[in-house]
Design a protein around this ligand. Sequence first.
Ligand code: PMP
Length: 360
Amino acid sequence: MARVYNFSAGPAVLPEEVLKEAAEEMMDYRGCGMSVMEMSHRSKTYQTIIDEAEADLRDLIGIPDNYKVLFLQGGASQQFAMIPMNLMKNKVADYIVTGQWAKKAWQEAGKYGKANKIASSEDKTFSYIPDCSDLPISEDADYVYICENNTIYGTKFKTLPNTKGKTLVADVSSCFLSEPVDITKYGIMYGGVQKNIGPAGVVIAIIREDLITEDVLPGTPTMLQYKTHADAGSLYNTPPAYGIYICGKVFKWLKKMGGLSAIKELNEKKAAILYDFLDQSSLFKGTVRKEDRSLMNVPFITGSEELDAKFVKEAKEAGLESLKGHRSVGGMRASIYNAMPVEGVEKLVEFMKKFEAENA
Ligand code: PMP
């Protein structure tokens, strides 16, 4: 078996332990004589799987009882519409635009009400997080929206914006469970799981109960109402059952690793290996303002498109996969999510040093 070091931004690397366990259970899940993939989502066995997944996630984050955990579908992108449809009572929301994903969310919200762009970092290709300590928050804003970690540009909010008492909604797709969070600061925290938690097809939304109401925009489809899923324990219709089962295994793996504080420490260690090298390299350069650097997505360039392409090609030949930057920005990007082992980052830096020496 030859596993590569996979630096993909998502779908992304998962813990080997989880993959092995899933493989072992593939043909016969714990004496059921079938795979979880083949199992009724109404069975007792599956109910235990989804209940345990939710309980472990609650435990990891420390989610209080007044928050619901929903397992949804439609990708993170579907939340761009679901959020305004469910929350825009005044038809006003404030958006902080720090990348393409926040911009898409802002544009989508504009279909349903007045979506104000109250801050942006587009002037410098989204390479920093704007000062959000005193923004012109709208008096009647139903919520303030951020994308907490910008997958494409490699920036992260190190402090949450001052929402002046308004509900904070955050897309945490690319930093989900990478560090401890205080969920009570959020009205909604949501993300696609395909980066840090599991296979594509599952979205997890953690929502404060008072935001889950029947008072949604007229015409909101049943499937796009949070209440539909909250009332049915995420089993209104057939959920992405196998995906949730894998997420559950990743939650258990995280608990075994020591929880979110321990994983944060490990993530900081990995990121430091890469950033420290970038900061002294004569060839490679990070593209993000230092104080806003993400622990998860690390973009870098050589300054030459030709050399960038050569690097990506030769890295792949050396077993370092998917280092090409997002098509909108070019260069390279190493995504070093929870499941990327320290050795993977060490191997990458070793390879960068060699490449630098050969191409000086
Ligand atoms: N938000 C962020 C931060 C992302 O990185 C992505 C890309 N996976 C999305 C939203 C869109 O996710 P999806 O493809 O699941 O709709």
